[in-house]
Design a protein around this ligand. Structure first.
Ligand SMILES: [Zn+2]
Length: 102
């Protein structure tokens, strides 16, 4: 189970940040284009993109992803919002959404 590249990413609608937990990356590491097929904690799936710096700071976080993580709803990547996320290992006992082998 690959757990590299975990991050808050956006779907092409670009309206909120989802906590992506399973991702098949395509393209280069530093592209800001859509990066591949993924799934988020909330169950959203599709083609996720890496948001630019301003989006990462300013877009609202997906409420369902926040609830599943057990963190406050709000906006911005948790790193930028100075929120410590619980380890995903503990979350995996509650959801199987990310249990997809690479
Ligand atoms: Zn979500």
């Amino acid at each position: 189970m690959s757990q590299t590249h975990q991050d808050w990413l956006v779907l092409p609608s670009w309206n909120r940040l989802h906590r992506v937990v399973d991702m098949r990356w395509v393209g280069g590491e530093w592209d800001i284009e859509c990066m591949g097929e993924g799934r988020a904690l909330c169950g959203a799936s599709g083609e996720f993109c890496v948001p630019g710096f301003l989006s990462r700071m300013g877009l609202p976080r997906c409420a369902h992803c926040c609830d599943r993580l057990g963190i406050p709803r709000g906006s911005g990547n948790t790193i930028n919002a100075h929120i410590t996320e619980p380890p995903l290992v503990s979350i995996s006992r509650r959801t199987e959404v990310w249990m997809v082998s690479a």
